[in-house]
Design a protein around this ligand. Structure first.
Ligand code: NI
Length: 194
């Protein structure tokens, strides 16, 4: 029996300025964790010979992954490119495919790239003050198209949804976002096979 005064509510701190939380340990992804995800493999190898930059991190508030619970936290994608392709998250489907998610942009400039198994895709520009609703069944990837500032978002979704990276890791998304003449452009992913 839980004690009657057990605290099931949770109070966490996070910064609206840099997305950091002193209450949880961030999960970090470095460039070496993203092998095969960038089109320009020569540029990828070239960067890794010099350093292994932090591409993104997220501060998940760590609530139990149970039915009815809501997971939330912050995601921070740093500025950078591999060749002409911007730094981005791996992206994922949810194990419970019919899961929607909301991302609220706190800082920076980016895109949310989305696609579903029915081969539809969407991209939404993220600027501070915008909340993007990621629909059910859509994989999603955050991309920082800013030149130096991190892209910082606050996210929330059903806590038992789980993450499915498998399909993304093998073929990527249908589209890539690259820099052309100093601006982001959405192009077809030549590595995406039907
Ligand atoms: Ni998600």
């Amino acid at each position: 029996m839980p004690a009657s005064n057990e605290m099931l509510s949770k109070l966490v701190r996070f910064s609206l300025v840099d997305g950091m939380s002193p209450d949880v340990s961030p999960i970090q992804r470095r460039l070496s964790n993203m092998r095969g995800m960038y089109a320009d493999e020569a540029a990828y190898a070239s960067i890794l010979r010099e350093s292994d930059p932090l591409v993104y991190e997220f501060h998940d508030m760590g609530l139990p992954e149970k039915e009815g619970a809501i997971a939330f936290g912050t995601s921070i994608i740093y500025a950078g490119k591999v060749g002409d392709e911007y730094f981005m998250t791996k992206g994922h489907f949810h194990n419970i495919l019919a899961t929607a998610e909301v991302y609220f942009c706190l800082r920076g400039h980016g895109y949310m790239l989305m696609e579903n198994p029915e081969r539809n895709w969407e991209a939404r520009e993220l600027t501070p003050g915008c909340a993007v609703y990621v629909p059910e069944r859509y994989a999603h990837r955050s991309i920082n198209v800013g030149s130096d500032a991190p892209l910082i978002t606050f996210f929330a979704f059903r806590a038992d949804a789980g993450h499915n990276y498998g399909a993304i890791e093998t073929k990527g998304f249908r589209k890539r976002i690259v820099e052309r003449s100093g601006k982001p452009e959405i192009i077809d992913n030549p590595g995406w096979n039907v």
